[in-house]
Write a protein that binds this ligand. Structure first.
Ligand SMILES: *[C@@H]1O[C@H](CO)[C@@H](O)[C@H](O)[C@H]1NC(C)=O
Ligand SMILES: *[C@@H]1O[C@H](CO)[C@@H](O)[C@H](O)[C@H]1NC(C)=O
Ligand SMILES: *[C@@H]1O[C@H](CO)[C@@H](O)[C@H](O)[C@H]1NC(C)=O
Ligand SMILES: [Zn+2]
Length: 578
């Protein structure tokens, strides 16, 4: 593998940099030209609809890739950092540091009581102590505030207070290991066992690797004499796996007080790792998250002795409604804002194994958009793209799963109250209102068929009724992080350039979307520029390293590359005019 951050040290001619510093202007010109062409077409398409000679060829690429980005502000010590991070001694040390973090079982249980009351939170004191011992320079240099007892908020004040800060996030907690699965682990779940390639244990890839990786990077930068212009904030919650209300919510309030609405330049949290797809390598930092809503449906019908039953009782009606819900799922739909659309454009433009049918449909969609034809009915491109697998389909389809059911009290009594809960992950371009409308219309069919009163979403439960209720965990789809701008360099471009510099110019960076939610759900107001990205990548390791299941583990190579990425990114973001 090529040297990365020290690349410029091998360049003998010191003024070579001028070409690359001119590059943004070239790019800006291209972008501006593209914008003018698009505007021109827009005017022709929309403002002069009778015009016969619409220019049909739009040449601006749909998948712009930025050049690899290297920091320009240099010192001997900073030039040596990448060699150090690639050394055996750093590798050994980082294995110890991550394994040590995994050995502290910071499990967050669903039934945890209040902080300060339930003793199971106290393990987080040990974790904070461990970080303090392990990263002495971080603790001597950054200001550390403890928010709501265990949330860790580090601030490295920049020399230029006019610059908005960077916020790096991770969570300290891990999902519990149920006693019943301990035996199934190849190495004990809190052993931090290192087998020569992988560090094993709960939290090793979700996401103590991210937390330790960030601290390794900052510790290394301090050691190399780096001092940021732009303030750096590290924000580590401690209950992400059980909704983040004690950690991330309180941290986001503290940050809002300090920096205000959109007062943060960008945020990076755990998220998507690099992948191989269609014959190409990809980084797909999450710029969007689907929404989330649980709806509980309650069917109330008269009770009575089961020896003289009506034709249908509450359980029967609930079952029929469940079947109806399953028979009327949401169709795949690619909103213009859905990042997966960008990924398709990137694939069509750059990936050798991109399916031809998809390419055809993509062109068709584009020409339709240009002629302003409103799409009706099915989204043919989305339906075809969904055939790539369920994991792909649900990047642009609202999911529906009935996950809980309850009804009846006794074998010989008719059920008076039957409930079931429907979990939805809301597609980009949709919202909770649309979900409520859909499920209400289905429930209305059952209600009218069985002469029951329908009381959707207003809190009233009547006898002989079907009631719908949304849980307060409701989350709309996240605002989509902008990726390009003709005005200036975007945080997405800094992230992209850093990633292509570290891994390869052959790697594509495309905006990604998350089907799950991270602690960033509480940070929307702080910045438009939120990324869910796990930058450490080990090509030999498949997927996310068994997160949330037995044998969670992380490849050390990927972990070390994650540290190198954070070092490069922090230097790049410190130089960027954001
Ligand atoms: C790193 O650890 C390996 C295995 O324990 C050991 O053989 C090697 O000498 C160590 N290298 C350094 C530089 O500490
Ligand atoms: C429907 O229910 C209402 C009261 O809940 C009742 O007055 C009415 O007779 C019922 N209609 C039928 C067709 O059962
Ligand atoms: C809810 O809806 C039901 C049925 O339409 C109605 O009888 C009831 O008054 C409503 N309750 C509230 C709080 O709006
Ligand atoms: Zn996580």
């Amino acid at each position: 593998m090529a040297k990365i951050w020290s690349k410029q040290t091998s360049v003998e001619v010191p003024h070579l940099d001028t070409t690359s510093s001119r590059m943004p202007w070239i790019r800006l010109t291209v972008l501006l030209l593209g914008t003018i062409i698009l505007l021109h077409n827009y005017i022709i398409d929309h403002l002069t609809p009778q015009h016969p000679s619409r220019n049909p060829t739009i040449t601006s690429p749909k998948c712009p890739q930025v050049d690899p980005l290297y920091p320009t502000s240099r010192t001997k010590e900073l030039d040596d950092v990448d060699d150090y991070l690639r050394s055996d001694s750093f590798r050994n040390k980082s294995i110890q540091n991550l394994a040590g973090a995994v050995r502290i079982p910071t499990q967050s249980f669903d039934d945890l009581g209040a902080v300060g009351t339930d003793p199971r939170w106290e393990i987080f004191f040990s974790f904070a102590d461990y970080l303090e011992e392990t990263f002495p320079l971080v603790h001597a240099t950054l200001q550390l505030e403890k928010v709501n007892t265990h949330a860790l908020l580090y601030t490295w004040a920049g020399t230029d207070p006019s610059l908005k800060p960077t916020v790096l996030m991770a969570h300290q907690d891990v999902v519990p290991v149920p006693d019943s699965t301990v035996e199934s682990w190849t190495h004990p779940p809190f052993s931090g066992h290192f087998d020569g390639t992988f560090i094993w244990g709960r939290g090793s890839s979700d996401c103590k690797n991210q937390l330790i990786g960030i601290l390794e990077a900052v510790e290394t930068l301090i050691q190399a004499g780096f001092s940021p212009r732009r303030t750096l904030v590290l924000s580590f919650g401690y209950d992400e796996e059980i909704s983040g209300r004690e950690g991330a919510l309180k941290l986001s309030n503290a940050l809002a007080k300090k920096y205000g609405h959109h007062g943060v330049a960008l945020i990076i949290d755990e998220g998507a790792v690099n992948i191989e797809n269609w014959g190409k390598s990809w980084a797909i930092p999450g710029v969007a998250e689907k929404g989330y809503v649980d709806v509980t449906v309650t069917v109330r019908m008269p009770g009575g002795h089961s020896s003289i039953p009506p034709k249908h009782n509450g359980i029967g009606v609930a079952s029929e409604l469940i079947s109806l819900i399953e028979a009327n799922p949401y169709e795949p739909y690619l909103d213009e804002e859905n990042p997966y659309l960008s990924m398709l454009y990137c694939g069509a433009e750059h990936a050798p194994e991109f399916p031809k049918t998809l390419k055809k449909l993509l062109n068709k969609r584009e020409s339709k958009l240009q002629t302003c034809s409103k799409k009706h009915g099915k989204d043919a491109l989305a339906v075809e793209a969904a055939k790539e697998g369920l994991g792909i389909k649900y990047l642009f389809t609202t999911s529906v799963a009935i996950d809980l059911i309850n009804g009846g009290a006794k074998a010989n009594a008719l059920p008076e109250r039957t409930t079931f809960t429907v979990n939805h992950r809301i597609n980009v371009g949709s919202n909770s209102k649309a979900i409520f409308k859909h499920i209400t219309s289905l429930a209305a069919q059952s209600a009218s068929k069985y002469n029951l009163t329908l009381t959707p979403f207003n809190g009233t439960e009547l006898p002989s009724s079907i009631t719908l209720r949304a849980h307060d965990t409701l989350l709309e789809p996240a605002p989509v992080t902008p990726t390009s701008s003709s005005q200036s360099v975007t945080p997405f471009e800094v992230l992209s350039g850093t990633t292509r510099a570290l891994y390869s110019e052959d790697l594509l960076v495309a905006p990604g979307i998350m089907t799950g939610n991270t602690d960033t759900r509480y940070y929307w107001d702080l910045s438009e520029h939120i990324f869910r990205y796990g930058p450490g990548w080990d090509r030999e390791q498949d997927g996310l390293g068994n997160i949330h299941t037995v044998d969670e583990r992380i490849g050390v190579r990927g972990h070390v590359d994650g540290v190198r990425w954070f070092v490069g990114f922090l230097r790049n973001v410190d130089e960027a005019e954001l």
